[in-house]
Structures are given as structure tokens and as C-alpha cells.
Design a protein around this ligand. Structure first.
Ligand SMILES: [Zn+2]
Length: 403
């Protein structure tokens, strides 16, 4: 039976009341067969609304009553967004129970009982658990992490930490290993999202890398190696996340369209049309538009007299304009095949003091290290973190990978 208040949609209440459902009503009746409820789940897609979702869930005939009940309860229809989830439980006798997760943080229950449709709102319980994920590379970092039961959210967070040190498309090799100490957030005991990565390790042919998250008393936060040096550099290693290089920096390359030998002063990254392209560093846009063989081009000027160029783009981000300040990692456009191009790819160039240089060979200065006065604090923090991870491993009968 329900414990607490409830709203019947016929009543003129326009607010929601929190209900704690202690136990579900027993539907069993002596001598009558209990109908078997069937559950279906739908995730809201772009362009969908609650009404079309109800139709998809075969609730067309109940739709007006459901919408009416939700309206009376003050349900925020406008806040329904792609990614929300609708769960419907039905039995042979008809509509039974409906649950809507809005932004996953708010949960609305709608039940059909003897007095009509009743709406309840529930606040889910969130719990954060610190845990670790480790594995070996079999194909790509992405596939290897997914094989560990993780989602793309963790791959992206992990790759972002080492984005300045490792290009996960050119540097990863079969047999490399990774380790992540990460917070996982659970919503009513079901995995919800990843929180902070406290520590990450990557060990492979490219080298051994570790990153500790640290925030000093002044609020400067970053990932640092054991020496307290920032893992970030003033420029990112790659302007896009998932791709491979099809043509390297070269003083003489046979051009596939022009059919002549000429220098290739950049890198060609192959990926599908529409792949997001980011600025490799903080800077100011100095060119945006059509430029001959480059097709749609963006040029950005960075500190230390670096300049980056992104060619063959299919389109630019809406608010991009010459003079705009961008941050490293900010979206600037989308991969395409405009200008002199044989197929979808990004032509990427890096210039230093006006001269094109090989982005894979250049030495780019690091972002600031842990401040000298906090160095001791940082070392103590790392030691205690490693100790607690080791203890955690020992408790589970394992051992921390070599760092
Ligand atoms: Zn090129």
C-alpha cells in the first residue's frame, strides 16, 4: 500500500508531492489468474516528445488521460530531452504503470488504480563508489575499455588526461596496459555516470605515463605526473579524437589530385564526414572561410608564435568568427572533403615562427607544474593515494600494476 500523500489528477492541484512507495499493491485475487505484466523501455530520441513516445509504447488510447494527469501534476513537458527514458509496464488488462526519468535526476511515476491515474515524483538515491578499471589493449583503447564493461564516457575521460602525451590512434599497441582509479556514480544502485578520475596509468610501447589529479589550496587543479609536472601542454597533440593518419608530414609527396610531387606540410587525419574538430590550443581565430585547395579552412594563432590550420572542413561551428578567442579542445568545425581532396579527411598544419613544422615531432612546452610551495603536499598526497590503492588491491587479492 502507499504511504504518504497522493494526487489524483481530477483534483485541482498543480504541484507535485513526494511519495514514498513502501510496497506495491498486491493484485492477486483468489481464484482469478493474475495477468503477467510486460515491461518496455524507450529512450527519447531527437525530435521525439512524450506524446509520440506514448504512441510508440502502444498507449494511444490512454494518451489523453495520461497527458491530462501529468499536466495537472505540473509535469515539466518542456524539459523532456533526448536521453530521457520512458518505461511502461502493461498487462493483458491494459495500462498498468508508467515511469519517466527526466534528465535521469527526476523520476515520475504514473499508476492506474481504482480511483484513476495517480502521479508521484521520486527523488532517486545517488551513491559514489571509488573503483578501478584495468586491462590490456587488444585493438584500440576504445574497444579494449568497452570490453572491460565500461562505456565511451570513461574512454574519453581517460584519453583526455593523456591527450598531450599520447595519441591513442598512432601510439597504442597490442599488449599495452591501462589502469584507471575512478569514481562511479550509481542512481538507485544502477550505474549512472563516471565521476572524477583520481589516478590513471598507461604503460606501453610509447612509454609509461601516470596522472594524479591534484588541486592545490589556491584552487589550481590539473593532472600531474609523479614529479608534479602538468600532463598538459600548451597545445594538444591531435585536433580530433578518433581517426588515423593517412598522410604524414613530408618534404615531397605525390599529390593524388594534382599528380605532381610537392611537399605535404601537414598531417591528414581520416575520419567520417561530420567528425568534430577541435582547436589544439588556446588562441585567436585568424582565418575562417574558403581558401583554394584547403577548401573550408580555419587558422588559429597560439602563444609562443604557433599557428594551426584545419582544412577541407565540411562546415564551421556557428559562432566561429575571425578574432574569436578559443580554448584548447574547443569545437571549431566538422571534418569534410572540401577543396582539393580525394575523400573525407582533415588536413592539419602547425606553423612555428611562420614555418610549417611536423606536429608529431615538435616539442611543445608544458602547462605549469605544481607550485614549489605545494610540492611536498603533492608528494604526500600521491604516496597516500598509492597506499590506499595498494590496500584496496590487497583486500581484493590483487596487486597494483608496476608504475
Ligand atoms: Zn593534407
Amino acid at each position: 500500500m502507499m504511504n504518504g500523500l497522493r494526487i489524483i489528477y481530477r483534483a485541482k492541484f498543480s504541484f507535485l508531492v513526494i511519495i514514498f512507495i513502501i510496497a506495491a499493491c498486491s493484485r492477486k485475487t483468489e481464484g482469478i489468474e493474475t495477468p503477467v505484466p510486460v515491461e518496455s523501455k524507450h529512450v527519447v530520441k531527437r525530435g521525439e516528445n512524450l506524446e509520440s513516445m506514448l504512441d510508440r509504447s502502444a498507449l494511444v488510447e490512454h494518451r489523453p488521460a495520461i497527458i491530462n494527469a501529468l499536466q495537472w501534476s505540473g509535469f515539466p513537458f518542456r524539459k523532456c530531452l533526448p536521453g530521457d527514458t520512458l518505461r511502461v509496464v502493461k498487462d493483458a488488462a491494459g495500462f498498468w504503470d508508467l515511469t519517466y526519468w527526466q534528465n535521469l535526476r527526476n523520476v515520475y511515476h504514473l499508476r492506474s488504480d481504482s480511483v484513476g491515474l495517480v502521479v508521484y515524483m521520486k527523488y532517486p538515491y545517488f551513491d559514489t563508489v571509488r573503483t578501478y578499471v584495468q586491462g590490456k589493449i587488444n585493438s584500440t583503447l576504445y574497444e579494449s575499455m568497452l570490453a572491460c564493461g565500461e562505456t565511451s564516457g570513461l574512454v574519453i575521460r581517460f584519453a583526455d588526461i593523456f591527450a598531450w602525451e599520447i595519441d591513442f590512434f598512432t601510439d597504442t599497441q597490442h599488449g599495452d596496459s591501462f589502469f584507471v582509479y575512478v569514481n562511479k556514480i550509481y542512481c538507485d544502485s544502477v550505474f549512472f555516470d563516471y565521476g572524477m578520475i583520481t589516478m590513471a596509468l598507461y604503460n606501453g610501447n610509447v612509454g609509461e605515463f601516470c596522472g594524479f589529479y591534484f588541486c592545490d589550496p589556491e584552487g589550481n587543479e590539473d593532472y600531474y605526473n609523479r614529479k608534479g609536472q602538468s600532463l598538459r601542454k600548451s597545445l594538444l597533440k591531435s585536433p580530433l579524437r578518433f581517426s588515423y593518419i593517412s598522410s604524414h608530414f613530408s618534404k615531397s609527396r605525390y599529390h593524388p589530385i594534382l599528380k605532381i610531387w610537392r611537399p605535404h606540410h601537414g598531417l591528414d587525419y581520416v575520419a567520417p564526414v561530420g567528425t568534430p574538430i577541435s582547436s589544439i590550443g588556446d588562441g585567436r581565430v585568424t582565418f575562417k572561410g574558403w581558401k583554394g585547395g584547403y577548401g573550408n579552412l580555419v587558422e588559429i594563432r597560439h602563444n609562443n608564435n604557433f599557428r594551426s590550420r584545419y582544412g577541407h572542413l565540411s562546415r564551421f561551428t556557428k559562432d566561429l568568427h575571425v578574432g574569436k578567442r578559443v580554448k584548447g579542445g574547443d569545437l571549431i568545425g566538422y571534418l569534410g572533403s572540401t577543396g582539393l581532396s580525394t575523400g573525407p579527411h582533415l588536413h592539419f598544419e602547425l606553423h612555428k615562427d611562420g614555418v610549417p613544422i611536423n606536429p608529431l615531432k615538435v616539442n611543445i612546452p608544458r602547462a605549469p607544474s605544481v607550485k614549489e610551495k605545494y610540492r611536498e603536499m603533492f608528494i604526500e598526497y600521491c604516496d597516500s593515494l598509492l597506499q590506499s590503492i595498494e590496500q584496496d588491491f590487497a583486500d581484493r587479492g590483487g596487486a597494483l600494476p608496476e608504475t
